[in-house]
Ligand binder design. Structure first.
Ligand code: NAD
Length: 479
């Protein structure tokens, strides 16, 4: 399968282009060959998106935007299994998690379809200001123009839709640069939107690397906003080079989960086994640090090890597989080095710690220090540290001792404590009696500190993808 960029509805996959192979991370089979975009394609895509914004999208009524999105959701639902199999092939994500991703993606488009018809403004009480009598003030929400969407490999469909669907709902056009590791689902998604009735040029797709295509997209003067999900180093560079554009950055974390002695231990264990190891820990809110109150530490750890050992590792196409490969063998090697480094400094491997090609076995570490990479940096691998604590103040201090702050989980039956801890955790979101890894697509989602800027969650993305326009009127007295 040879795939090219799609600009104004036309695919660019000529044979004289440089190519990039997309390989299945589990068996190294070639999934697709990418015909790469050049800088001239980027300029053309942005110019076309700019023109399409003015010629088409600015005039498209909300009911039509809503209908196109509704069609797209229905089409995705009809083709769910094909999309799920595509994600298994390109990302190595186990089939059951790939199916979950598609189901969520359908919902994301449906939320956007509903919200497209509910972008409302405000009426300002102008007479609240001295001299404001006989004046009227309105706020309208208007689209920005061209949105540049840059997305990661780990939820290639759902995280792309968290940008594309609200951008369409709000009436923008989009230049979409998906992760070069997982471009097949992105290509199919753009085709699906064509089929759903989206006019050419509203969603332009660029196949290319971050350096060659992502970087000049960020600096292009006709792009009004960059919405990015990915790693901290790239996010930092985008923030520095985006100039006057609006920027939303959804970056990494080392999410903490706190289990107090009165928490439901069994539920916490079962959920955290999924939360630490689903998609080999390559999830931005993966449970990386688990703080357990000392009185229940032994009981928790024993059960956590037992349930981790029961996970099925192997072929991501198989229904029973819990753990497949990481995205690249180099990533598994990097993660293994971080484990070795921790062990050399006194940490203990309770289970796992072995690598077979791109597969790293689910690994539980204890006896860790806060300075170790597996604790303080984003590990983005199936590695979790279990750390004992004495009391509330201590655990809040260590949980906050991080450059990141995306989501946390807290397990306790004490409502007062739950609210106290939630207030003090420096996070974009806190879950009580739920793990950090749980996310719904309709709540505000995004980090504080170096986990990001801005929020997604369709309604909140639409707010960031529109501008307020004030219209004031002086009402003339009767002659
Ligand atoms: P990455 O940063 O390597 O790549 C993400 C995207 O950025 C890709 O499309 C890539 O081509 C592009 N890119 C790379 N260099 C660029 C540049 N200089 N300019 C513009 N674009 C550039 O991330 P990844 O490895 O694909 O994904 C993993 C990261 O994403 C992790 O850090 C993870 O925590 C983060 N993530 C965050 C969230 C969230 O919502 N907060 C969700 C998922 C993943």
């Amino acid at each position: 399968m040879r795939l090219g960029s799609i600009i104004n509805g036309q695919e660019r996959s000529e044979s004289n282009r440089d190519t990039l192979e997309v390989k299945n991370p589990f068996n190294q089979e070639i999934v697709a060959e990418l015909a790469l975009a050049k800088k001239a394609d980027l300029d053309e895509a942005v110019t076309n998106s700019f023109e399409t914004f003015h010629s088409t999208m600015k005039k498209m009524p909300a009911h039509q935007r809503g209908e196109i999105l509704r069609n797209a959701a229905d089409l995705l639902e009809e083709n769910a299994e094909d999309f799920a199999q595509t994600i298994v092939q390109e990302a190595g994500k186990p089939i059951k998690y790939s199916r979950d991703e598609i189901a969520r993606s359908v919902q994301v488009i449906r939320f956007a379809s509903e919200l497209a018809k509910n972008i409302t403004g405000e009426v300002i009480p102008m007479d609240a200001a001295i001299g404001g009598e006989n004046r009227m003030g309105l706020i309208k929400r208007i689209p920005l123009g061209v949105v540049g969407a840059i997305t990661p490999f780990n939820f290639p469909l759902n995280l792309s839709l968290h940008k594309i669907a609200p951008a369409i709902a709000a009436g923008n056009t989009i230049v979409f640069k998906p992760a070069e590791k997982t471009p097949v689902s992105a290509y199919k998604l753009v085709k699906l939107f064509q089929q759903a009735g989206l006019p050419d040029g509203v969603l332009n797709l660029l196949m290319g690397t971050g350096e060659e295509i992502g970087s000049p997209l960020v600096t292009h003067e006709k792009v009004h906003k960059i919405t990015f999900t990915g790693s901290l180093p790239v996010g930092r560079k985008i923030r520095e080079t985006a100039g006057f554009k609006k920027v939303t950055l959804e970056l990494g974390s080392n999410s903490p989960n706190i289990i107090f002695e009165d928490g439901n231990i069994q539920r916490a264990v079962t959920e955290l086994v999924k939360g630490a190891f689903a998609f080999s820990g390559q999830v931005c809110i993966s449970a990386q640090r688990i703080y357990v109150q000392k009185s229940i530490y032994g009981r928790f750890l024993e059960q956590f090890i037992k349930e981790t050992k029961a996970l099925t590792i192997g072929d991501p196409t198989k229904e029973e597989t819990d753990i497949g490969p990481m995205i690249k063998e180099e990533e598994a090697k990097r993660a293994k080095l971080w484990i070795d480094d921790a062990v050399n400094n006194g940490a203990k491997i309770e289970v796992g710690g072995t690598r077979n090609g791109a597969i790293l076995s689910p690994t539980i570490m204890t006896n860790v220090e806060h300075t170790m990479k597996i604790v303080s940096e984003e590990v983005f691998a199936p590695i979790v540290s279990v750390i004992p604590f004495d009391n509330e103040d201590e655990v809040i201090r260590v949980a906050n001792d991080s450059i990141y702050g995306l989501q946390a989980g807290v397990f306790t039956k004490d409502i007062d404590r739950a609210m106290r801890v939630a207030d003090q955790l420096e996070m974009g979101g806190v879950w009580i009696n739920e793990i950090s890894t749980y996310r719904q697509d309709n709540h505000p989602y995004g980090g504080v500190k170096q986990s990001g800027i801005g929020k997604e969650g369709i309604k909140y993305a639409i707010e960031d993808m529109t501008e307020m326009k004030f219209i004031g009127m002086k009402l003339m007295p009767k002659d």
